[in-house]
Design a protein around this ligand. Structure first.
Ligand code: GLC
Length: 571
């Protein structure tokens, strides 16, 4: 099943045991990547058929968002079977092929683990419902009697992240309401009870199932939430809405609980037990919107998880002082525990980076950074400005020490799409009472080729249109259109990744701030012989004497650095 990793000609780092410290990881959102069978939804045939895009781009790994059987109440993050592939995406056999092909191309494969909750269609949840109150089946989840005389009130005041209460009342087969169950997300996503040893053991088996098939690592969904205070105390009235950074106060009943450490160490031990296989130990990267930095960095202390998404990078406004402070805090926080930094500008939960950076307000405070922030699409975003800044930010993050996570389509500079309400599928739209459009605007199927929808996303003879409509003006954004254009986003990414892969100074390591950088220019040096300068609202600026330009985010005017530009220099 597991094929040996072949070397790429210019390779080396991808196959070292610490590849994860500096990897550039490409996120595939399967439903929107490429549709092989013409039903309007992406699938494994589509991913397999376009793996060469990732290899040509020059990334080190692919992270595939959930591909498991799911009724898709939350885009696949409602898992009905952790050890199978959703038939609409393909088969387990194809997953094996995909993993093998990726390895042949020199790409590591990370998949998604969703340990906080499953789907109401998971057989164990169905069994728990049928087994009734007090049963061992119900102990795998968090069932409780309601409050009030007839139990009609939820057991406590916890809110669900997408709106409403975190509790749903079960109605028995006789139509009589009985217990409630906990769901931190939608009612279709019941939370597992991680204080049950059976739950922990089941996830051990899930990890081994995929590691044995050759998967190189897992991205851990909502990694700060599995453990709960099982006395289920009410939240204080001023606790905020939950899924938002600093609302997660120390001692919170379900975020960043001390019990998490034991779970993380357990997973790490399983990953480490693969040390003697050709791929080496398997890795874990956590997803958690948790601040401040040292708190999240603790997840990556020795013996715990390998890395964690640095959402500060994604949320910080595009100004000199904010970016510099964010980078310093990140380097200090992760440096203190010996973990690599990661740099993240986008994912399937956040508005597209070119649109965010085209707005007047480019950042988002951690306290309101929850999932499904109001979509910034629509009038008001200056996309030309957003693209210029996103290009500058791309070179900045690729020059920083550590790894980079790239969301599909960001290598094409895709903007957020302002979708009409009738096509929206994100549960946030309904559960917010139609006040928040949610995350569909960054999940629109990718444009590969051609001049009109489906832009090569589906085959010519497709029976259905893409599951979310693509805009009519994306002809210039397709992979084919950008391929041979020296000024395109795609060319910038390919060139940057080629240089990054070859340059000894880039990837993991250290930086020192460049004393020669003028005011308002974020400049740092990395050894041997590399400097990165980013200008925010200053310029034109003379480059240091004797420096040779390796790459500029947009063409330099008169050889000088202008506002919202990054340049890589050999010094
Ligand atoms: C993570 C996922 C998001 C999902 C949520 C619940 O934040 O990235 O898409 O809705 O977890 O599983």
């Amino acid at each position: 099943m597991t094929r040996p990793l072949l070397s790429r000609p210019d390779d080396g780092p991808t196959h070292s045991a610490d590849w994860w410290r500096h990897a550039v990881v490409y996120q595939v959102y399967p439903r929107s990547f490429a549709d092989g069978n013409g039903d309007g939804e992406g699938d494994l045939t589509g991913i397999i058929g376009h793996l060469d895009h990732l290899a040509r781009l020059g990334v080190d790994a692919v992270w595939i968002s959930p591909w498991y059987p799911s009724p898709l109440h939350d885009g696949g993050y409602d898992v009905a079977d952790y050890c199978a592939i959703d038939p609409r995406f393909g088969t387990l056999h194809q997953a094996d092929d995909l993993i093998g092909l990726a390895h042949d191309l020199g790409l590591r494969v990370i998949i998604d683990l969703v340990p906080n909750h499953c789907s109401i269609e998971h057989p164990l949840f169905r069994r728990a419902l049928a087994a009734g109150p007090g049963s061992s089946e119900r102990d795998l989840f968090v069932f409780r009697d309601g409050r009030g005389a007839d139990g009609a009130e939820p057991p406590n005041n916890w809110p669900a992240h997408f709106g409403g209460s975190a509790w749903e009342r079960v109605v028995g087969p006789d139509g009589v309401p009985e217990q409630w169950y906990l769901h931190l997300f939608t009612p279709e996503q019941p939370d597992w009870n991680w204080s049950s040893p059976a739950v922990a053991e089941m996830f051990d088996d899930i990890l081994r199932f995929w590691f044995d098939r050759g998967v190189d690592g897992f991205r851990i969904d909502v990694a700060d939430a599995c453990a709960k205070d099982m006395t289920l105390p009410d939240l204080p009235d001023d606790a905020g809405s939950g899924m938002s950074g600093l609302d997660k106060f120390p001692g919170h009943p379900y975020f960043d609980r001390p019990e998490l450490e034991r779970i993380q160490r357990r997973w790490r031990a399983i990953g480490d037990s693969y040390a003697d296989t050709p791929q080496g130990p398997r890795i874990f990267v956590s997803e958690a919107y948790l601040g401040p930095t040292p708190r999240l960095a603790a997840f990556t202390a020795p013996g715990r998880l390998h890395a964690t998404f640095n959402f500060d990078a994604l949320l910080t406004e595009w100004t000199y002082s904010s970016q510099r402070a964010m980078i310093e805090a990140t380097l200090a926080g992760y440096g203190a525990v010996g973990a690599p930094c990661t740099w993240v500008l986008g994912n399937h939960d956040q508005p597209r980076v070119v649109t965010r950076y085209g707005r007047r307000v480019t950042g988002s405070p951690y306290t309101s950074a929850g999932l499904g922030r109001p979509s910034p699409a629509g009038p008001g975003a200056d996309l030309a400005l957003g693209r210029r800044r996103a290009r500058a930010a791309t070179l900045l993050e690729l020059a920083l020490p550590g790894g980079v996570y790239l969301y599909q389509g960001d290598e094409l500079g895709l903007p957020e799409v302002d979708l009409p309400p009738e096509v929206l599928q994100d549960p946030i739209w309904e559960r917010s009472g139609h006040t928040r459009k949610g995350r569909d605007g960054c999940r629109v199927p990718l444009p590969w080729s051609g001049t009109r929808p489906p832009y090569g996303f589906s085959p010519e003879d497709a029976t259905d249109s893409p599951w979310l409509p693509q805009p009519g003006d994306w002809a210039g954004l397709t992979v084919t259109a950008q391929e041979d254009d020296p000024d395109s986003f795609l060319t910038l990414w390919r060139t940057a990744l080629r240089i990054r892969r070859q340059h000894a100074a880039l990837g993991d390591g250290r930086l020192r701030w460049d004393p020669d950088a003028p005011d308002g220019v974020l400049g740092f040096r990395r050894d041997p012989g590399f400097a990165c300068w980013t200008a925010f609202d200053t310029g034109p600026i003379d480059l240091p004497v004797g420096a040779r330009v390796l790459l500029a985010s947009t063409p330099l005017t008169g050889g000088k650095l202008g506002p919202d530009q990054t340049v890589w220099l050999a010094r």
